[in-house]
Design a protein around this ligand. Sequence first.
Ligand code: FAD
Length: 422
Amino acid sequence: MTPEPSQIPSTHASHLILGAGPAGLTMAKMLRDRGIKDVILLEASSKVGGKCLSSEIGDHIVEFGTCYAIWSHKYILKQMKKLGIKRKFLRAQRIDDRELMDYIRDGGGPGFLWQVLKYLRLRKRLIARAEANDSETNAILSQPTSEWLRANNLGKIENMMHRVVTSIGYGYLNRLPLIHAFRWVDFNMMVTGLLKFTVMPEGGWQHFWDRFSEDLDVRVNEAATAIRRDGDGVRVETADGSEFSAERLINTLPMDVFCKLTDPTESESKVADAIDWGGYTTSLLSVADWPHEAPVNSWSDTCATDANDGQILFSRYECPDEMERDLFTVGQLSSAYSLDELTELALFSARDRGAIDPRMMQQIVWSYMPTYKAQAVRDGLLSAMSAMQGENRTFHTGASFSHEAVSTISSFNEQLIAKVAP
Ligand SMILES: Cc1cc2nc3c(=O)[nH]c(=O)nc-3n(C[C@H](O)[C@H](O)[C@H](O)COP(=O)(O)OP(=O)(O)OC[C@H]3O[C@@H](n4cnc5c(N)ncnc54)[C@H](O)[C@@H]3O)c2cc1C
């Protein structure tokens, strides 16, 4: 006889975290560092690290998912140091085989330094008001990024964003609401460019997250299937019939997924409706010859403000394969296409860039870059997302609440922790 849910013995913790990706793991670590140790993470897959996929080819590691840390990854860089994990610096990066700075200088408007100062000043003012829910700020933050940059004569910043925003899959500037560009391109990003500070953890990201989570209570292969929240607390059932209870819940899952597991609050439904998830595909190509020297290249025509999905945004040299051909990782914005079309487009795009006899070796399609609908931002989404924290014993974090990067997610958690564990 199947027991009633209330008869199933539950495992209790003070905090339950849904998902052991970067958002869940860093939150659990921050709670632990505050002395809160009875925290359980429920993870649906068999590994930690979320959208990290480190794949070994001989003694080389190909990162199909999470790849770089930059100057903004302050929390993560500190943790790498603590764990004794060395950083591998990324070699030369180019756009159309040119120095990024030369491409930036092609942009319109006054000198680059002047534009940086103006951008940072305006950004600071607008970001400070992002959650105030005033209609003027909401309207600006919902604008397409390129529209705002052009209105402010920031053509060199627009060129910079082709590389630091679009080439890594965050979207085309004529469609991307300004709030997303602001969250990612901040002072630390400017320092990254200046110092050329782009690193990877030695041994790969999976190794980093495995080491990072050693002292955390992660239950892998435990997909949450139902969540109940009431005056007595939170109860979560998982796919194998286990039940977990807690005083507080920390959700890192996409809001549309979360809402299907529970009776959502009005704010939770509103956030689920306000977000479009994009698609991003990373592919491993083998080529007989490749006429570009820099290990990492991006392409101005495919990263341009109004370019189309599906084309190769960047290429990264990995290593030779068994046939002494060269292996490259490439990225495509992919939600508009099927896998077969993406293969065709990747091979076409590679040939267009001079690749000889490109062959598709592997493709991984990701759900990527939760992008806010412009109307929702105008209607006060940002202040609603802040106000809902703690409602119904639940806190929300992860890419949708900050940005699709490990740095922004961990910085967001550093702020949120003050509400979760005051
Ligand atoms: C191709 C690619 C390249 C990237 N490159 C970089 C980079 O260079 N630098 C960088 O900082 N970031 C990079 N990112 C972004 C970064 O990986 C993500 O922003 C980050 O992983 C998001 O973390 P998260 O915890 O919010 O979500 P996720 O990583 O998606 O983790 C959510 C976790 O929840 C689990 N889950 C789902 N459903 C359930 C359920 N029902 N019950 C329990 N668990 C569940 C999932 O299995 C997953 O492990 C990249 C991402 C991709 C795809």
